[in-house]
Design a protein around this ligand. Structure first.
Ligand code: ZN
Length: 410
């Protein structure tokens, strides 16, 4: 089984869903080395972006670099130099340690071309209700640059960040990882903040879907967190969710890059509308089972690391495939078939081991994305004469109720 061949159906759908000529700008990528063993150099990041298109761009900043003392100067200088070599495809941010003269380092980097500030309150072990945080916000306000903050795994409650953000409504704040550290809190407390954005770089597609249910799409930006995620896989998820949400072409363009480009070029954000995904969503029990196994496969892989051992997911991938083998699949039939093909390719690649392990995990991820975003309510066991399909809003019609599908759902 060849990896390129296995990804072909995903790539074909991605191309269909991506509006022609859309600017793709990944709002969260890294360059350099991390203490956890991850690393990425310029050529590798550009190669990942090239998997989307030779014009795809990214915001980029340092990892938790072993050479970060003092003040992240060495990794910041490397990122600035790499971005300068990227023919305009990379927008460098400076990473700051609030304990090490952060404003001086911010000003040094901004003068050298940094376009924003990255803070990682878990890695650098700091909070927001203090003077150092205020200085950083003031520096960002003066320079009119965004601040991106890790709001993902491993954080305590983040009320103090919400408070601080409310005090600086002009500073664009990008909450990374769909703000899963406190998604409900941010969505509610910062609902009227005019300049808060959420990036989509997170592991569970349900976290992303729920973000679209809580937050206006005008405030969501596509991101991968490569080397932890993959730009092409993250874009696929964003585009499937966009289709599921029934977004128009302009909204999809904004999501995949337009909104982030507005921020980087100093333009005001678009006026937010109501969130586009309903909070209560019809689903297929068949596909819910598959998602559970997909997440278990990843939990097994991640729990064995770092680095994750993706081979450990195999028993759960086998269970997901068992759920796909259904003589009475109901409306989930076409999705089950697509998912099974991806999982079968992933099984072969994982069993073969070697360098393709991480990419095989991408197939499993894509299978989970399909399972979570299949727009069921517009589909039936017979073909829809009006075309139907992903591009139409599932909110346009009342959901198909289980009870009305006599026999099919019993
Ligand atoms: Zn990151």
């Amino acid at each position: 089984m060849d990896l390129v061949e296995a990804f072909e159906p995903v790539r074909a759908e991605l191309e269909e869903l991506l509006p022609d000529g859309a600017i793709v700008l990944d709002a969260h990528t890294h360059l350099g080395r991390d203490e956890d063993g991850q690393s990425l150099d310029l050529a590798a990041l550009i190669a990942f972006l090239d998997q989307i298109s030779p014009a795809a761009r990214a915001v980029t900043f340092a990892l938790h670099d072993p050479e970060r003392v003092p003040a992240y100067q060495i990794p910041n200088d490397r990122v600035l130099a790499w971005a300068a070599e990227s023919n305009g495809r990379l927008y460098p941010y400076c990473r700051l340690d609030p304990g090490q003269d952060p404003v001086r380092e911010a000003q040094r980097c901004l003068a050298l071309g940094a376009r924003g500030i990255k803070l990682h309150p878990r890695a650098q072990a700091f909070g927001f209700g203090n003077a150092a945080a205020e200085w950083i916000w003031r520096a960002a306000q003066e320079a009119n640059v965004p601040i991106l903050i890790h709001a993902g795994r491993g954080m305590p409650p983040m009320d103090s960040l919400a408070e601080l953000a409310l005090g600086y409504p002009d500073v664009v704040l990008v909450l990374a990882h769909a703000a899963i550290a406190d998604q409900g809190l941010f969505a509610s407390r910062l609902a009227d903040h005019p300049n808060v954005l959420y990036d989509t770089a997170t592991f569970s597609v349900f976290d992303q879907l729920e973000l679209f249910a809580r937050v206006p799409v005008e405030r969501i930006v596509f991101a991968s967190d490569v080397p932890y995620g993959r730009p092409v896989g993250a874009l696929y998820a964003a585009l499937r969710i966009a289709a599921y949400a029934g977004l128009g072409e302009g909204e999809t363009r904004a999501l995949v890059g337009g909104t982030m480009l507005d921020v980087l070029e100093g333009r005001p954000l678009a006026k937010p509308q109501a969130p586009r995904v309903p909070e209560i969503r019809p689903t297929s029990g068949r596909l819910a089972r598959i998602n559970a196994y997909v997440l278990m496969a990843f939990a097994a892989a991640l729990g064995s690391g770092p680095p994750p051992d993706f081979g450990r997911g195999l028993p759960f991938i086998a269970m997901a495939r068992a759920a796909c083998r259904d003589p009475d699949p109901g409306p989930a039939g076409p999705a089950l078939e697509r998912i099974d093909k991806l999982l079968s390719a992933a099984e072969l690649l994982l069993a073969a081991g070697g360098k393709q392990l991480r990419d095989a995990a991408g197939l499993v991820m894509a299978a989970g994305v399909i399972a979570a975003t299949e727009p069921f309510v517009r589909q039936s066991t017979s073909p829809d004469p009006r075309g139907g399909g992903l591009a139409t809003s599932h909110q346009a019609e009342p959901p198909v109720r289980h009870a009305s599908r006599s026999g099919t759902w019993s």
